[in-house]
Design a protein around this ligand. Structure first.
Ligand code: NAD
Ligand code: ZN
Length: 353
């Protein structure tokens, strides 16, 4: 199959390359934008075993001088401590301002390597090689980077756009079904936000046959929003569809529920609440719930409306006493609505059943 690509037209513009087996050619693909230099390849201990050597060989064959750093896999290591380790490693190489960082892994790796690249010497370029479905369709594009703090997820970070994103869909083959479903959840979310065709792929018999098309459409949809509102002062909030409910549920589960599963529950809740408030018809709500379930995602949880409400009050998106919720109206059309935080409990109640 032919490779696909999406241009993300922010300043400076970058390409997202999507195809099978691209991980074997990262060196020559990077050469098109950066002819030479040293680089730090940041990865986690799981991805290290699977793909690091291939990436290092390809970089060396293209004339680069790579050095690799693997941190312990898992969200619990998305911390300032790990970030410090990465920065120390980069300075010991030593990486200079004409060098670059490669993020090889899922969203945790991308968020931390991007953060490190964004602050090292006040910012050097970085390249994303997402290896999870979720990172491919969501976190590798858009330039948000972060680590978690004790009080919450993604509380410290900065905007730093990658210079190139290389997505090899063959890497999804080694994912657990649970992690794979997280990518489906974020893609279904993108479909509901702005791409009915993307949503329809997940209604079909075997969406896995259309992975390249899914990644391309999800990235294009995200890029369109990011190009309109890079720093989330307006429209970019749409990407949070299902996330205010989802984050609250994720937190209540003590993060035992994977992010994408929490988002699926949040998306189902947003759809049910929208239908009851008269913003969405019954058939559309039904399609959203059925599509999530068909793609191995949960649509309900055992927490009460009160518990979810109290958990969501600590969410960083609760600006002052009002909060912006994303109300889905049709497949491909959502609205940002400001409501008093106190009203949110009603939405949660309506969303639960
Ligand atoms: P992750 O990076 O922890 O990856 C999940 C697990 O899969 C890890 O154990 C990892 O080692 C393993 N893995 C990665 N690639 C693999 C492969 N090809 N085969 C087998 N195992 C593989 O997490 P994730 O699910 O990719 O992403 C979640 C993170 O992304 C969260 O921290 C979230 O906050 C962040 N995120 C960021 C943005 C953004 O815009 N920056 C958007 C969405 C999510
Ligand atoms: Zn998400």
């Amino acid at each position: 199959m032919e490779n696909l690509s999406v241009s993300v037209k922010v300043q400076p513009e970058y390409e997202v390359l999507i195809g099978k087996g691209l991980i074997n050619y990262v060196g020559s693909l990077i050469q098109n934008i950066r002819p030479r230099g040293a680089c730090a390849v940041i990865t986690d201990t799981n991805v290290e075993k699977l793909y690091l050597n291939t990436v290092l060989d390809s970089l060396k064959a293209a004339g680069f001088t790579p050095a690799a750093y693997a941190f312990p896999a898992g969200e619990e290591h998305k911390t300032m401590e790990t970030l410090t380790g990465i920065l120390d490693f980069m300075s010991e190489i030593p990486l200079t301002r004409s060098d670059f960082v490669v993020a090889l892994g899922g969203g945790v790796t991308g968020d931390m390597a991007g953060f490190a690249a964004g602050v090292y010497m006040r910012g050097i370029p970085f390249i994303q090689i997402p290896t999870t479905f979720l990172a491919a369709v969501d976190s590798s594009v858009g330039g948000k980077t972060a680590v978690d703090l004790k009080t919450g997820k993604n509380l410290a970070g900065l905007f730093h756009q990658p210079s190139l994103v290389i997505t090899d869909i063959d890497a999804f083959k080694t994912l657990t079904p649970e992690n794979y479903a997280c990518g489906s959840a974020e893609s279904i979310k993108m479909g509901v936000i702005s791409d009915p065709e993307l949503f329809r792929i997940f209604e079909c018999e075997n969406p896995a046959e259309y992975e390249s098309e899914i990644v391309k459409r999800a990235v294009q949809a995200k890029a369109d929003v990011v190009m309109r509102d890079e720093k989330e002062t307006g429209d970019r909030k749409l990407l949070n569809l299902g996330h205010t409910y989802g984050h609250a549920v994720e937190k209540l589960s003590n993060f035992t529920l994977p992010h994408g599963h929490a988002v699926a529950i949040g998306l189902a809740m947003a759809a049910r609440a929208a239908e009851k408030m008269g913003d969405m018809d019954f058939n559309t709500k039904d399609r959203i719930i059925k599509t999530l379930e068909k793609n191995n995602l949960p649509t309900a949880c055992g927490f009460s409306a009160k518990e979810i409400y109290l958990s969501s009050l600590n969410d960083k998106k609760m600006a002052g006493k009002n909060l912006s919720i994303i109300v889905p109206k049709k497949i491909g059309q959502c609205e940002i609505r400001k409501i008093p935080a106190s009203e949110f409990e009603k939405f949660i109640e309506l969303g639960l059943k």
